[in-house]
Design a protein around this ligand. Structure first.
Ligand SMILES: Cc1cc2nc3c(=O)[nH]c(=O)nc-3n(C[C@H](O)[C@H](O)[C@H](O)COP(=O)(O)O)c2cc1C
Length: 357
């Protein structure tokens, strides 16, 4: 099944292999995509669906050094090279909209931008900056209710620019402790206004963003990534986590999102996401369901055969195997990625992994 086309009437993919979103920090000039990035995605266009690295819809969301943005015309034009390369290889491509929120150092932001979050609590830990090395995360400005509509509008603008750039859709990054999950997660979001204090209030921002993006570009072009039970960036499970996410999945299904992409980082040391909960989440959602985290060809095939997912995303294997689909299909050995070059600028460890096929 893994190598067969997927067509549910809304997504039309050449196979069921998804490239997971992978931050690679190669947007060296003004957070703008370039020819090197187009080459990288083009090399990996054997996938059914490419999901880009996290891309900020706002200057405020550029928490990491050299991550791309999508909030101006130059970035849109830069991304157009990427979508052209992806489509030339037969892949569809969604752009992951990642607003880093409080996971940020002021030194990584352009002039005039600010670090924001649900509350004015600093994220524990440090953040790499090109200018000053490791820095503590910045103290975020707690977004007020009055400021939320402008934030939602930034996502809408990015969604519109994505379509202009030739993307097949957007993925809302509501996982891994970035801004949308900062609102979802009860350990981070201790607000007591309309955006915190209850499961419904914590889900509200994600639902407002999803609704607004769907209104702007259509439900078939909006997916979402979530990571309940994730621990990255000081999130972690909380009382009622399953009920909250089931309610979220139901409402996202009602809004009509095209896919729900679930993160399970237990292969990277995070707690296991219970199988019963994954199944419940899948049945609460009516669109396509993408499983991710620690998959190889055989386990992906099993997940598809057993109805645990419609599509399977691969992260690290795609870094070091540009022809991952062909290698898995031919049962060829996979190369191991070099973690030292995950986030370094330039072609080394990025576009120079050889093909085997
Ligand atoms: C270098 C690197 C960068 C990543 N960047 C992102 C990102 O931008 N957005 C995201 O949602 N997940 C990101 N992830 C998580 C991956 O999408 C994926 O969930 C994780 O690698 C587990 O899947 P795997 O076992 O197939 O690698 C990143 C992971 C790695 C290793």
């Amino acid at each position: 099944m893994l190598f067969e086309p997927f067509d549910n009437g809304r997504l039309h993919l050449q196979n069921r292999v998804v490239m997971a979103p992978l931050t690679r920090c190669r947007a060296v000039e003004a957070n703008t995509p370039n020819a090197l990035m187009a080459e990288y995605y083009g090399q990996r266009a054997g996938a059914g669906l490419l999901i880009t690295e996290g891309t900020s819809p706002s200057p405020d969301g550029l928490g990491y050094a050299r991550i791309p943005g999508l909030f101006n015309a130059a970035q849109r034009d830069g991304w157009r090279q990427v979508t052209t390369a992806a489509h030339a290889g037969g892949a569809k491509i969604f752009i992951q909209l990642m607003h880093c929120g409080r996971v940020s150092a002021a030194a990584n932001l352009p002039a005039g931008a600010r670090v924001v979050g649900p509350v004015a609590e600093v994220c524990p830990g440090e953040m790499y900056t090109d200018t000053a090395g490791m820095q503590p995360h910045a103290v975020p400005h707690a977004l007020t209710e009055d400021e939320i509509p402008a934030l939602v509008a930034e996502y809408v603008k990015a969604a519109q620019l994505a379509i202009e750039a030739g993307f097949d859709g957007i993925e809302l990054h509501a996982a891994n402790g970035y801004l949308l999950e900062q609102f979802l997660n009860a350990n981070v979001n201790t607000r007591t206004d309309g955006y915190g204090g209850s499961a419904a209030a914590r889900n509200r921002l994600v639902l407002e963003v999803a609704r607004a993006c769907v209104a702007a570009i259509g439900a078939d072009r909006v997916g979402i990534r979530v990571s309940p039970y994730g621990v990255f960036n000081s999130t972690g499970a909380f009382e009622g986590v399953e009920e909250q996410y089931i309610a979220l999945a139901r409402e996202l299904a009602e809004i009509g999102l095209v896919y729900l992409h679930l993160v399970d980082h237990s292969a990277m040391g995070a707690p296991e996401v219970p199988a019963s909960f994954k199944a419940a989440l899948r049945s609460a959602f009516s669109g396509a369901f993408i499983a991710s985290g620690g998959f190889a060809a055989a386990s992906a095939e099993a997940a598809l055969q057993e109805g645990r997912a419609d599509l399977v995303a691969f992260g690290r294997p795609f870094i070091s195997n540009p022809d991952l689909v062909a290698r898995m299909k031919g049962d060829l050995p996979l190369a191991e990625p070099d973690a030292n070059t995950f986030y370094t600028p330039g072609a080394a460890g990025y576009t120079d992994y050889p093909v085997a096929t």
